[in-house]
Design a protein around this ligand. Structure first.
Ligand SMILES: [Zn+2]
Length: 176
């Protein structure tokens, strides 16, 4: 058994601020520093060794016209029992700068194609899972919901998802 001192940086689909936008979960301090400095972070897990920049820029419409706002922090998950003393956070991935993460970029492109395909299938009347699960938090998007459905994510992990996520293709679901 190898002792792990540092929480891994991994891609997650469980983002709250911009639904459907991938994030990086990892040590809050490291992520914040990288976001503020505009430097990439190195991923572990499925995209080990690939590097991504953080921050999603979106247009907001206000009193002074259109302004650009860049969101880094998606949410703070606090400390976990696995890595005591280390705060974990989720930061949004900068999808405009994926040049150091070719595999992730290819995956996201694939996901986008599947999403379009799935939307078409749903339109044609193919629903997601019809196996019900207990009420609780959606394993994909984190939303608190009354009715959940049993699904398997892109890694084969079993989970329960909300009505909205139940419409997604399994390749788009991330429960880790
Ligand atoms: Zn959901």
């Amino acid at each position: 058994m190898t002792a792990q001192h540092k929480p891994p940086m991994h891609i997650t689909g469980k983002t709250k601020s911009v639904p459907g936008h991938p994030g990086v979960a990892g040590p809050a301090e490291t992520l914040r520093a990288a976001f503020e400095a505009g430097t990439p972070v190195t991923l572990d897990g499925a995209y080990k060794g690939e590097r991504v920049y953080l921050g999603h820029t979106r247009q907001t419409y206000g009193d002074y016209g259109i302004t650009l706002e860049t969101i880094g922090l998606d949410r703070d998950l606090g400390e976990t029992s696995k890595f005591p003393g280390v705060r974990i956070a989720v930061y949004l991935v900068d999808l405009k700068r994926l040049e150091l993460a070719p595999q992730l970029e290819a995956k996201l492109r694939d996901v986008e194609a599947k999403r379009a395909q799935r939307a078409w299938e749903i339109e044609q009347g193919h629903p997601g899972s019809s196996e019900p699960a207990s009420a609780g938090e959606c394993d994909n998007c984190g939303a608190e919901t009354e009715s959940r459905w049993i699904r398997y994510d892109s890694s084969g992990i079993k989970g329960a998802v909300c009505v909205r996520c139940n419409k997604e293709d399994g390749q788009l679901l991330i429960f880790a």
